[in-house]
Design a protein around this ligand. Structure first.
Ligand SMILES: Cc1cc2nc3c(=O)[nH]c(=O)nc-3n(C[C@H](O)[C@H](O)[C@H](O)COP(=O)(O)OP(=O)(O)OC[C@H]3O[C@@H](n4cnc5c(N)ncnc54)[C@H](O)[C@@H]3O)c2cc1C
Length: 436
């Protein structure tokens, strides 16, 4: 978000920059002119979405392109389940745009505030061992490349679609995205506090039995807050959460009370284990069913910093246990839960779940606390487990490490070399993770 005085900062307040210039192109032609003008002046261009990345991936020291005016539904092929959106469309607008066609996005992450292009560019994902991240829903894409040309990639372009599906913003400015959608469906959700060790013992089984399964663990407690969701295509919601219940859970419990708990924990770390035990009790236990997007997406009103790693699915429980043991050994008082999710293998070259079934471990820290020592130590564990860092979340890795984690890394860099030889779309983060 751009603040008065021209300073831009991300949602997590982990990054900020004062761009040389902010442009809000109203059309694809205006994007082409902006890219062309910047390239001729030797400046860098960054398209920015909702600023919801915690890493410095979206920092635009030169030209910040705000694509909020490139928003909305462009075209629908109902028979093939294909829907094309302007790239700046926010995810939360998509359900209403698809509803008249009886379609929905196949899977979503925890929140829906991101822009479509921003979310897919960093490999945003939800949970479910039979479902890929948002990049796996991409059936086509139109980008403005560094020479100002408009390039459309579809499934007929074969592997090139796998290159652009998760592209870190490094290949060009995405102006349209075609998603492979599914018939609209209802999700029946069960949320429960359960014994942590039992959940870990049966994690593989739960992930197979439930369409979408994840859990949160508050350090210092022995309970997991589990979320199980089953898909019902064409179903009607039988128990939607009332507006009052949503307000109570998301705003009062998840927002106000959690913020008070985090602020108290930051001042009095010794109180964190007791606060976490209370949080686990207050949060757990509800059954409801609703249209898929209303169940997938929740509100996050307490600000935090986050790091997330993708590990091979068979290393998920050992990696989680190692992180748990680390927190116990160091005696850290962490007021934010750890989140554990899964995803299917997918084909996008730079997807964190490329080529392997994946388990995700995400660690969070209240935004007023320094995440440094905690994230560094967890990162060391998850790297040793074969982990790949989420592109949009905090991490300390560079191209030398990342090249060995992605079988198609060199191919992606080769496409970048071809499409952006003068690095118009680079920023310091992109240079660090892909090389200069
Ligand atoms: C509260 C919260 C919850 C989150 N939950 C999840 C979750 O459940 N799962 C998950 O995987 N992630 C999650 N994230 C991370 C988030 O989904 C990603 O960081 C995502 O990239 C943010 O989208 P954005 O629109 O804000 O993109 P930005 O952060 O603005 O940009 C991200 C990248 O996309 C590029 N980009 C944006 N628009 C374009 C374009 N038009 N063309 C080319 N490049 C473009 C930018 O240049 C940058 O490289 C969460 C983040 C927050 C703050």
């Amino acid at each position: 978000m751009t603040r008065p005085g021209g300073r831009w900062q991300n949602w997590g307040r982990t990054e900020q920059v004062r761009p040389r210039r902010v442009e809000r192109p109203p059309s694809v032609d205006a994007v082409r002119r902006a890219v062309d003008a910047a390239a001729r002046r030797g400046l860098h261009v960054k398209a920015v979405g909702a600023g919801h990345s915690f890493s410095a991936i979206a920092l635009a020291p030169d030209i910040l392109l705000d694509l909020d005016d490139l928003s909305g539904l462009v075209d629908v092929d109902r028979g093939r389940g294909l829907a094309t959106f302007a790239a700046g469309t926010r995810l939360h607008r998509i359900p209403a745009l698809l509803a008249p066609y009886g379609l929905a996005m196949e899977n979503l992450g925890d929140i829906d505030r991101q822009s479509l292009a921003g979310a897919i560019s960093t490999g945003t994902h939800g949970t479910g061992i039979r479902f890929g991240g948002l990049g796996s829903q991409v059936a086509g894409m139109t980008l403005v490349t560094a020479d100002g040309e408009r390039v459309t990639i579809t499934e007929e372009d074969g592997e090139l679609l796998d290159a652009v599906a998760v592209s870190l913003g490094a290949l060009g400015v995405i102006v349209e995205v075609t998603l492979r959608c599914v018939p609209a469906f209802v999700l029946a959700a069960q949320e429960r506090p359960e014994p942590l060790l039992e959940v870990c013992d049966d994690l593989a089984g739960r992930s197979e039995r439930d369409d979408h399964f994840e859990f949160y663990w508050f350090p210092g407690t022995d309970l997991a807050l589990t979320k199980s969701q089953q898909r019902h295509p064409g179903g009607t919601p039988t128990r939607p959460l009332s507006a009052g219940a949503r307000f109570l859970e998301d705003v009062v419990v998840g927002g106000v009370l959690h913020r008070v708990a985090c602020a108290t924990g930051a001042l009095l770390p010794a109180s964190v284990p007791a606060l976490n035990r209370v949080s686990t009790r207050v949060w757990g236990g509800r059954d409801f069913s609703d249209a898929s997007a209303a169940v997938f997406a929740t509100r996050r009103s307490v600000r935090f910093a986050e790091m997330e790693y993708a590990v091979p699915i068979e290393r998920l429980v050992p990696a989680f246990e190692a992180v748990r043991e680390l927190i116990r050994r160091r005696g850290w008082r962490i007021s934010f839960p750890i989140e554990v999710r899964t995803a299917a293998a997918d084909a996008a070259w730079m997807s964190t779940s490329h080529g392997r079934e994946t388990g995700y471990i995400a660690v969070h820290r209240y935004w007023r606390e320094d995440p440094g020592a905690y994230f560094d130590a967890v990162e060391e564990i998850l790297l040793a487990e074969g982990g790949r860092p989420h592109w949009g979340k905090m991490h300390a890795q560079d191209a030398a490490v990342l090249a060995s984690r992605y079988p198609r890394f060199a191919d992606f860099v080769a496409v970048r070399d071809r499409w952006d030889p003068h690095r118009v779309f680079a920023n310091p983060y992109i240079e660090r993770v892909l090389g200069g």
